[in-house]
Design a protein around this ligand. Structure first.
Ligand SMILES: *Cc1c(COP(=O)(O)O)cnc(C)c1O
Length: 391
């Protein structure tokens, strides 16, 4: 290939006796094989190789293996978004006639998938509070095939009775699916608590830099794993190699980021609780959180990087707070390397009526802070100054 006859032929990669330290980025959509025999060998599993990027590519596999190691999983796959992971876990497994019970404070789009989309395919759904296994039991039907829950809910940070619900699921032969986005494997590894399927929005804490949209899903049972994978490949839930590359790079610092943000979150929660203008603070690590005992047992000291609090003054105070906290992005996400502030009443929970929000404990004064890695003193000072501006 010294002098190719046409520029259209690809030039081979230069020979090198050394290896790159950084993970290579491979954007190729297709992979060429040596011969039809070689392709047969690959499709029949005698050799390993890639063929077409929708079916898998190296950057997705490198990332999936890393998250597998964190979760204590095997054969997990990376998909194009957290919602792609939720969709694959549910639609790849359920069939018409099945019933699903979700936690009543699921992520907004997961709720929507359960209430609006699955019923169009003959899957019926119900909801129950995740803090109460008895009420979960009451929501089950003979056709219930799956339970979907998040360990810590948004934005009130309620902690699921995952042990009680996992016991129910086991007794009734129901699959337990856990969305571990908020908690991450740093706080809990749901497979060790009876989950059958674990999924993530990798977009959030795992990737950690708000520059890649990705999901992850892993199943304990190899047959389920295959179903989910086939559904994802057929429906094209494939991730971009570049996003996978970014997320894998983000993971190098995940544990450092998480630990730092979590330590700051605990300090911020205590600082907020002492401020005039703050009606209440919700942080599972505080003894005044309704699920503090369960958080201690389930998560130990790993109560996460999210802090929710309520301002005394309603919408007016909310506007004043966000304006005064100018340097901290007011943005509907979480898990970024830097702190972000969200206002559930106008973002994640805007579709609910004020009454429905009130039932969940969300008012016009409720804010959820996703704490980042900036120094605790800097952040606490910024937030306290912004709270002061609401008085
Ligand atoms: C963000 C999020 C999702 C959806 O993830 P995307 O990557 O935005 O599709 C699902 N579950 C939880 C708990 C989330 O926070």
């Amino acid at each position: 290939m010294k002098n190719p006859k046409t520029l259209v032929r690809r030039t081979p990669w230069p020979e090198t006796a050394s290896r790159p330290v950084g993970t290579p980025l491979q954007p190729s959509v297709v992979y060429a094989s040596e011969s039809p025999d070689a392709l047969d060998a690959q499709y029949e599993g005698r050799t390993r190789g890639y063929s077409y990027a929708r079916e898998g590519h190296p950057n997705a596999d490198v990332l999936a293996q890393k998250i597998d190691a964190l979760e204590g999983a095997e054969g997990g796959i990376v998909l194009g978004s957290g919602m792609a992971a939720v969709t694959a876990a549910l639609m790849g497994v359920l069939k018409s006639g099945d019933h699903v019970v979700g936690g009543d404070q699921l992520y907004g789009r997961s709720l929507r998938l359960l209430t609006q989309d699955l019923p169009r395919f003959g899957v019926t759904t119900g909801f129950a509070p995740v803090t109460d296994a008895a009420r979960f039991a009451a929501a089950l039907r003979p056709t219930t095939r799956m339970i979907l829950l998040e360990v810590v809910s948004n934005p009130t940070l309620r902690v699921a009775d995952i042990e009680g619900i996992a016991r129910l699921a086991r007794e009734r032969g129901i699959l337990l699916v856990v969305d571990n986005t908020f908690t991450t494997p740093r706080a809990i590894r749901p497979f060790e608590h009876g989950a059958d399927i674990v999924l993530h929005s990798v977009t959030k804490l795992l990737a950690g830099h708000s520059d890649a949209t990705l999901g992850y899903v892993a199943a304990q049972d190899p047959a389920l794993r295959q179903k989910i994978r086939d559904f994802a490949v057929t429906t094209g839930l494939t991730p971009s190699p570049f996003d996978c590359w970014l997320a894998e790079r983000g993971l190098y610092s995940f544990e450092l980021r998480y630990d730092r943000a979590e330590a700051t979150a605990a300090k911020l929660a205590d600082a907020l609780a002492g401020l005039d203008g703050v009606a209440r603070v919700l942080y599972p690590g505080r003894t005044d959180h309704p699920d503090h005992m369960r958080a201690e047992i389930l998560l130990g000291s790993r109560c996460g990087n999210m802090v929710t609090f309520e301002l005394d003054g309603g919408r007016e105070a909310a506007n004043a707070f966000v304006r005064a906290a100018g340097d901290i992005p007011f943005a509907p996400t979480l898990g970024d390397i830097g702190t972000t502030i969200s206002h559930p009443a106008t973002s994640s929970h805007r579709a609910l009526s004020p009454e429905a929000r009130a039932a969940l404990g969300i008012t016009e004064g409720t804010f959820r802070i996703s704490v980042g890695v900036e120094p605790a003193e800097v952040l606490i000072d910024e937030i306290a100054t912004a709270v002061q501006a609401t008085l």
